[in-house]
Design a protein around this ligand. Structure first.
Ligand SMILES: [Zn+2]
Length: 77
């Protein structure tokens, strides 16, 4: 499945940081992963990927944990 990622810079008076937002119209590879993301909200704005939390660390997901399809992250301007 393809995930389109948009880079956004949040600028404040003293600090700025970059966030990675996924495009809303996303075609999930399978219904299980779609439901999982709706419930758990596993998108990480920091790394711009779906992720799991393991031992308090963010683990990026490159393959669907349910059907095993590769997840392509495509950056759009
Ligand atoms: Zn899947």
């Amino acid at each position: 499945m393809n995930v389109y990622v948009r880079k956004e810079v949040q600028a404040f008076e003293y600090v700025s940081f970059t966030e990675f937002k996924k495009e809303k119209d996303l075609e999930f590879c399978c219904e299980k992963f779609r439901k999982y993301c709706a419930i758990v909200g596993s998108w990480s704005d920091k790394i711009g990927k779906f992720s799991l939390v393991e031992d308090n660390k963010l683990i990026p997901i490159d393959y669907c944990p349910f059907c095993g399809e590769k997840i392509e992250y495509i950056t759009v301007e």
